[in-house]
Design a protein around this ligand. Structure first.
Ligand SMILES: [Zn+2]
Length: 321
């Protein structure tokens, strides 16, 4: 029940629990940390604890179930922050001036808070400057820097780190019986994020890594293939981030092999065969890492994903020796 449902993050959970115990809840929490480590899950379980009839986020009482099913009248969950325009912002700020309906408090969860529109930020700021005592905000973001300082400074901040390898491995071995090698590979690829782990548990995603590598290390240079692979990579923002992050791990593996010739620190352990010999050019590895990082950082802005990834793949193929 409650926090027991959430893997890892012992310190963060203990801190949150103590604010509730001591009756020292701030008007707003800002949860930051990498994608997919469980920030929103912690917030949801904590909101259950605040509303719970048994006081511990039992998961069985009416308020807990209503939070779980997102139909509690005092729980507002905003997931698509980019869509909050001026009208919605005004409506939300009017709404939260009213006392809660059923609980003693109202919880407002804003996911991807760094994507909020300026209108929404302004409305939020006003609310945080003169907060009605019964509201508690949970702002969730992978990027603390992108949250305006005026907002940040009014929040109780909780930083989440990646989960440990053993936490990730135990989790995935617990939900599905997978072989030792696959569990290890998923754990390495997940890089501390349960969300990423789920992505790589998908067989299609996992095997598509090989297609990408065949393209960029292979002899053939077909534009048609570049386009088809780039289309698959950019199917969604999430896919794009995951596959580009994978490419980074691939070049990191190549780099490690070149530098230390050790194979026991590899991430892509199923690609060991590809790392044999020292035919990979050092400049090519470094150039590729730089280009992938550049692409990842420009992709945060609303630019043409497909075109950027095509350009990236062509660049990597062009510099291959
Ligand atoms: Zn409960």
């Amino acid at each position: 029940m409650g926090f027991d449902n959430v893997i890892g993050h012992k310190k963060q959970k203990a801190f949150l629990y103590s604010t509730l115990e001591k009756g020292r809840l701030p008007h707003a929490f800002l949860f930051t940390g990498p994608d997919g480590v469980g920030k929103k899950k912690v917030a949801l379980e904590f909101i259950k604890m605040i509303f719970c009839e048994n006081g511990d986020g039992c998961g069985r009482c009416r308020p807990c179930l209503k939070v779980e099913h997102k139909n509690h009248p005092d729980f507002i969950s905003i997931e698509n922050t980019q869509s909050i325009g001026i009208d919605e912002s005004r409506m939300i700020s009017r709404e939260i001036q009213k006392p809660p309906f059923e609980a003693n408090m109202r919880a407002i969860l804003i996911d991807d808070a760094h994507n909020m529109t300026p209108e929404a930020y302004n409305a939020l700021l006003k609310t945080l400057e003169e907060p009605p005592p019964f509201n508690i905000f949970f702002l969730i973001s992978q990027s603390e820097k992108e949250i305006p300082l005026t907002i940040r400074s009014r929040c109780g901040r909780v930083a989440f780190g990646p989960l440990s390898s053993s936490e990730i491995r135990d989790f995935f071995q617990g939900i599905q019986s997978i072989g030792e090698e696959k569990a290890q590979l998923i754990t390495y690829l997940a890089q501390g994020s349960i969300g990423s782990g789920f992505f790589w548990m998908d067989v299609d995603n996992l095997s598509f890594r090989h297609r990408i590598i065949e393209l960029i290390t292979g002899k053939k240079r077909s534009f048609l293939q570049v386009t088809s692979i780039a289309e698959r990579i950019t199917r969604s923002q999430k896919d794009t981030n995951m596959f580009l992050s994978f490419m980074l791990t691939f070049f990191r593996d190549l780099y490690l092999i070149r530098e230390s010739r050790r194979t026991n620190d590899l991430i892509n352990i199923d690609m060991r065969g590809l790392f044999d010999g020292d035919y990979r050019d050092y400049k090519w590895i470094i150039n590729s890492i730089n280009k992938i990082q550049e692409t990842l950082s420009i992709l945060k802005y609303n630019i043409n994903r497909l075109l950027s990834v095509e350009t990236l793949l062509l660049n990597i193929m062009e510099h291959r020796v």
